[in-house]
Write a protein that binds this ligand. Structure first.
Ligand code: J2J
Length: 541
């Protein structure tokens, strides 16, 4: 079984004691939270899945469903500390499966619906997953076939559970069983799940979050955003992502006794219809969606008057766009600058309007330690841009099974090197000024260039490649692959490179948006490709 400290660094005892003494870590688990809410208000609606036929779950029903699935998973030998890759779109079963796994102390590994064979096979192999949960089909793609291929490659993967038509696998409802009695659940200081990092080098690193630390981030987020039993939260972004899950997200809403409504697709037409029909009060968007909402809201035929608050984050929200938001939507805006590794910053409901549109907020916790440093880890004065380092009661001390990477990504005294360049205002708010890490933020979807470069290098005609971000009006950034062809290689078009990457089985958002052929890549003094100089090269899309 997995215990914190063996597969990932955890907080030193003196920090853990401080966080408990301060009342941040209260010994709650996610499974216990649902149990308590179900006891307190069994008949309130916890969850709505509106498509294709509207289904609702009361707190009691969700609790019972989690118990039945937990019993069934346990009967199939899935136990405490086991990893289960969960790849589901925004459907009610996703929430059921999460709580079932939390109950038995098995760890969901949160894949995104867009992930394909390259990513899923890696998650299954690297985490030694015993099970994989998929929809039958989603967005025109058959996940059962993907599951069969992954299973062939990963002998340790014992079970595939399917929401919908199971094909040759096990239908999720078949996995449920009559609970035989209380299961030995996880301790609050143990891991709850593995979340995916945006990644910089190679494949995503896995982020180990504990019940104690995550529940604290929920409680803090709920307080800051004013979530309560009357909140009706629309989950527009993929529910497995840390932002819509926890900032304050569907989990925060369940923590507060409100109602989470799952939006099947993020387009404004679908979302606006649901806002009207479900009387939605709150939602969370990435900047490109916030732009679409701002453009579409004034002319929509839908009644959006129930909306009170929208959180925007995941990528930089331009000041100009932020200024247009409240007038167009007629509701409040909170900017969020967060990361699955932990630290989450929010603008506050009582911040003045300028602060809300010009900053990305300040930390949840008084014990979130923030350092802004130069290239040599020396603190810079407030108002000066520098690297953001952070440590605190819900920020991890290391990635899961990644000791080598952890030495680079964390300081010796446990600060996480976020890779973000920020400036701190006198009020303690952070303004995101840029990024030092080699990552592309495509409208909130994070791409590790090295991962894409490794795929492109597999093309027989490609000699070298470098993938960089280029500015984009709508997405903020798009990806551009500079490709050097092998001497004597036949002609290759941009479309050939893109098709090659797509056919390798990788999430569509990672396929380079643009491809440019060049004779050489600019190099730094030590012979590494200079991404800085490449980014400065004018692109010809
Ligand atoms: C600029 N960059 C931002 C912002 C995140 C809440 C909100 C977002 C995430 C998230 C999250 C940004 N302006 N407002 O987990 O709980 C970039 C930074 C950061 C990285 C983290 C949450 N908000 N970013 O986006 O793990 O570069 O989490 O380090 O996906 O997104 O990405 P991720």
């Amino acid at each position: 079984a997995l215990t914190p400290g063996t597969d990932a660094p955890t907080w030193p005892p003196e920090f853990a004691e401080r966080y408990r003494a301060a009342g941040y870590w209260r010994g709650e688990t996610l499974g216990g939270m649902l149990r308590e809410r179900a006891a307190a208000h069994p008949d309130r609606i916890a969850l709505v899945d509106p498509a294709p036929r509207r289904r609702t779950w009361t707190y009691r029903a969700l609790d019972e469903r989690a118990d039945r699935l937990a019993a069934g998973f346990a009967a199939r030998g899935i136990g405490r500390g086991d990893r289960v890759v969960v790849q589901l779109p925004n459907v009610g079963e996703f929430v059921e499966v999460c709580f079932a796994l939390y109950r038995i102390g098995a760890l969901p590994v949160f894949a995104l619906p867009a992930h394909r064979e390259t990513e899923i096979a890696h998650f299954c192999a690297f985490t030694e997953a015993v099970a994989y949960v998929v929809p039958d089909r989603h967005a025109g793609f058959d996940h059962r076939e993907l599951a069969s291929r992954v299973r062939e490659r990963t002998p340790g993967l014992r079970e595939v559970f399917v929401v919908g038509e199971p094909g040759g696998h096990t239908a999720l409802p078949e996995a449920a069983a009559e609970p035989g009695g209380p299961l030995p659940g996880p301790e609050p200081h143990e891991l709850a799940f593995l979340q995916l990092s945006g990644g910089t080098t190679g494949m995503s690193k896995l982020i180990p979050r504990t019940h104690d630390d995550y529940v604290y981030s929920l409680r803090g987020s709920v307080g800051i955003c004013g979530v309560d039993a009357g909140t009706r939260f629309l989950v527009v972004l993929p529910a497995a992502h840390n932002f819509p899950a926890s900032s304050p997200g569907w989990l925060g809403v369940l923590y507060a006794g409100g109602t989470a409504v799952l939006c099947p697709t993020p387009d404004p037409a679908t979302a606006f219809a649901l806002v009207e029909r479900e009387r939605i009060t709150m939602t969370a968007l990435v900047p490109p969606l916030a732009l679409l909402w701002t453009e579409a809201a004034p002319a929509t035929g839908h009644d959006l008057s129930s909306l009170e608050l929208v959180l925007v984050g995941g990528a930089k929200y331009s000041e100009a766009a932020a200024r247009r938001f409240e007038p167009a939507l007629g509701c409040r805006l909170i900017q969020v600058f967060g990361m699955a590794e932990g630290l989450v910053n929010y603008t506050r409901l009582d911040d003045d309007a300028e602060t809300v549109v010009t900053t990305q907020g300040r930390p949840i916790s008084p014990d979130d330690e923030i350092r802004v440093v130069d290239d040599h880890d020396r603190d810079v004065p407030d108002g000066t841009a520098g690297h953001l380092l952070t440590r605190g009661p819900y920020t991890i001390r290391g990635y899961w099974r990644a000791p080598g990477h952890n030495r680079r990504a964390f300081t010796e005294d446990g600060f996480y090197r976020t890779g973000d360049i920020v400036r701190r205002t006198p009020s303690g708010h952070l303004v995101v000024e840029g990024r030092a890490k080699d990552q592309i933020n495509r409208g909130g979807e994070k791409i590790a260039p090295e991962e894409v470069e490794n795929v492109v290098l597999g093309h027989p005609a490609v000699h070298d490649v470098s993938v960089v971000a280029v500015p984009d009006d709508h997405l903020g950034e798009r990806s551009l692959a500079y490709v050097v062809l092998r001497a004597g290689a036949g002609p290759l078009r941009a479309a050939d490179v893109k098709r090659f990457v797509r056919e390798r089985g990788i999430a569509a958002y990672k396929v380079p948006d643009l491809v440019e052929f060049v004779d050489v890549l600019p190099r730094t003094g030590v012979g590494k490709v200079s991404k800085q100089r490449l980014r400065a090269t004018p692109a010809h899309p």
